[in-house]
Write a protein that binds this ligand. Structure first.
Ligand code: NAD
Length: 306
């Protein structure tokens, strides 16, 4: 086999590209000024290692020698899998290796919102909070609802249980026997929102989950309720979330994922003090970035080796 050429649409930890240097040269997307330039040269690539950058049908069709699209991460909603499959291009991902990082981030957001860290921090910074007067309840014995119980959801469940919170799970594709002992399964989304103090989203974006969390669901949370989303923006109807915050039906939210990158300053979410926003950093730990880089490169090697 000839040496492969691998397109890297975004920078990744060097560990992965270094590990396949014996079989492949990597080319950064930055070497092409325009998309047209990239498309014109697409047939030189044998593989792509992508994070969240879209790998669409037009690129796949133009890349006539492409053998694998290797997702650096889990959710491959940025990849046109149907076109890839029609063209005989394999799509792989790196399950499990970032789940601890994302779970830790979801819990970090949950605790920050739960103890109202943003308004408290703001009170200190603005000099008005000599003794900040907001009182919260302890979170021990709270019920955390997980929408999706895969690699990340189950990791969240184990940490949350360690913190003394109860854990309720909605995931139609998980058997009761796959649940940890301290986790209770529930069969309806409505039931999850009725019974949970906070809901954390850990499902993939699919036709079924798109906008699955909207006004009707959010209204079921108590006014002290919290929504955490580190999965995909499109699963939660953002307008509905803003309306619920405005109506006081929800006490706060923690959001790591946005449909079109971080929202503009004018976005209504900025008006609610107990909302913590992060720019898709759930998986950004050294451990997880190194592991995703190595694993996604190794998937390229496996296809190279046949
Ligand atoms: P996973 O495949 O291990 O788990 C997903 C779970 O969701 C599965 O158990 C599945 O049965 C369940 N599910 C599917 N459809 C559902 C539905 N309609 N309702 C409820 N549950 C449903 O994936 P994972 O590693 O746990 O990751 C979950 C998602 O998190 C990914 O798809 C990705 O979009 C997102 N993610 C975000 C970041 C980040 O940086 N914020 C990083 C990694 C992953």
């Amino acid at each position: 086999e000839h040496e492969w050429t691998v397109l890297l649409p975004a920078e990744i930890h060097p560990a992965g590209p270094e590990s396949i240097a014996d079989i492949a040269t990597t080319v950064s997307r930055g070497e092409y000024e325009t998309r047209a330039n990239l498309l014109a040269d697409a047939d030189r690539f044998d593989a792509v290692i992508t994070r969240t950058e879209p790998i669409d049908g037009e690129f796949i069709a133009a890349a006539s020698d492409l053998e694998i699209i290797s997702k650096h991460g889990v959710g491959y909603d940025n990849i046109d899998v149907d076109t890839a499959t029609e063209n005989g291009v394999l799509v792989t991902n790196t399950p499990g290796v970032n789940s601890r990082a994302v779970a830790e981030h979801a819990i970090t957001l949950l605790l920050a919102v739960r103890r109202r860290l943003r308004p408290a921090d703001g009170a200190v910074r603005s000099g008005t909070g000599e003794r900040y007067d907001a009182v919260t309840d302890q979170f021990r014995n709270d019920t955390v609802g997980l929408y999706g119980y895969g690699d990340i959801g189950s990791e969240v469940a184990s940490v949350v249980s360690g913190l003394g919170m109860d854990c309720l799970v909605y995931d139609p594709y998980v058997d009761e026997s796959d649940l940890a002992a301290q986790v209770t399964k529930i069969d309806s989304v409505a039931g999850l929102f009725d019974r949970a103090d906070a809901v954390s989203v850990h499902a993939p974006l699919t036709p079924e989950t798109r906008a699955a969390i909207s006004e009707a669901e959010l209204r079921r949370l108590a006014p002290s309720g919290i929504l955490i989303n580190t999965a995909r923006a499109e699963i939660v109807d953002l307008n509905a979330l803003v309306s619920s915050l405005e109506a006081g039906e929800l006490s706060g939210a923690g959001i790591d994922v946005f449909a079109e990158g971080p929202p503009s300053r004018e976005h209504p979410l900025f008006e609610y003090e107990n909302v913590v926003l992060t720019p898709h950093i759930g998986a950004q730990t050294t451990e997880s970035l190194t592991a995703m880089s190595r694993r996604s490169a190794n998937n390229v090697r496996s296809v190279y080796d046949g």
